[in-house]
Ligand binder design. Structure first.
Ligand code: NAP
Length: 284
């Protein structure tokens, strides 16, 4: 695939920003970074994630596209500080895990803004966690609105497609409802599983449970045992969709408890047959 060489800015040189930089540079783009800490900028240069990086926005001038890869909590203040440094044609996009709030707050700050969310990550964070090929075969959601210029969407696609991503378009609210089901609800339910296990009152049983825990517990507790800051961000910025999914989950769980208490094994089996048949739908 022929790649047009561009000048790309990345703000927030952590797991996502650093990983983007590594891949974009290997595709031949010029990559300039901005991060809060000078030592992060240094490490990003040493690791080859950026051509140059600083703690101020001067490097963002004349960039074709800027990827905002900071935590959600500082995204609005970051873009507010960024825009006076931009060339009129520059496209700004973000990688935040929530889209409704981001698009509502950031699109008014810059007309050439495209909301985005690469559905890739690891349990680690920071520049040391950045890695090549993180986005290969991953879904990458773009959430243009009626006001988003088509040329801005096309330019972001031109950059992210060669990373090996599968690009999806949807409305910000649709994105937030979908990720509430498959990403944010699992974080809370997995965390509640670990929290519930901590309620075991017999120290000997607790000790035995920790000794016996293996692959099943590893799979079901993985996302609940991740970075607490990210979990709080998801809940805070996607509250409505997450609460909606959690209420639905509570209803299903209450139904399952009832079936077990009533020894209604036939109904329980029906539900488990449905879940067994449906799981592959989510993992195509
Ligand atoms: P991360 O590894 O913690 O990286 C964020 C980086 O932003 C930090 O390394 C920090 O660098 C920098 N930063 C913090 N405050 C800043 C500020 N005020 N100005 C400039 N840089 C600042 O987090 P991440 O996992 O890459 O997540 C970044 C974004 O990607 C979030 O919005 C998240 O929703 C989204 N996302 C995450 C995942 C995931 O699985 N992790 C997946 C998809 C999308 P310093 O060292 O300089 O402080």
């Amino acid at each position: 695939m022929e790649v047009r060489r561009m000048k790309i800015g990345i703000i927030g040189l952590g797991l996502i920003g650093g990983s983007l930089g590594l891949d974009l540079r290997s595709l031949g783009h010029q990559v300039f970074g901005v991060s809060r800490k000078a030592e992060t900028c240094e490490r990003a240069m040493e690791r080859g994630a950026v051509d140059d990086a600083h703690t101020h926005f001067g490097l963002m001038q004349e960039t074709d596209v800027v990827f905002v890869c900071t935590p959600l909590a500082v995204m609005k203040s970051t873009v507010t500080e960024l825009v006076p440094h931009l060339f009129e044609e520059t496209v700004v996009t973000d990688v935040g895990s929530v889209k409704g709030w981001v698009v509502e707050e950031i699109a008014p700050l810059w007309p050439n803004f495209v909301g985005g969310h690469p559905m890739a990550g690891t349990a680690e964070s920071g520049i040391e966690a950045s890695q090549r090929d993180l986005f290969k075969e991953a879904a990458y959601v773009l959430t243009p609105t009626e006001q988003t210029p088509l040329s801005a969407v096309q330019r972001v696609e031109e950059i992210i497609r060669p990373l090996g991503t599968r690009i999806y378009h949807c409305q910000p609210a649709e994105h937030d409802r979908a990720v509430a089901w498959i990403s944010h609800l699992p974080v809370i339910t997995s965390a509640s599983l670990i929290a519930a296990c901590l309620h075991e009152t017999d120290p000997a049983v607790f000790e035995l449970a920790t000794a016996l825990a293996s692959s099943g517990f590893r799979d079901t507790s993985r996302v609940g045992g991740g970075n607490p800051e990210l979990g709080v961000m998801m809940a805070r910025y996607n509250k409505a969709a997450l609460v909606r999914s959690l209420h639905s989950y509570q209803n299903v769980l209450a139904q399952l408890v009832e079936q077990i208490e009533q020894e209604d094994w036939a109904s329980l089996e029906t539900v488990l047959q449905q879940t067994q048949a449906s799981r592959p739908e989510f993992l195509k």
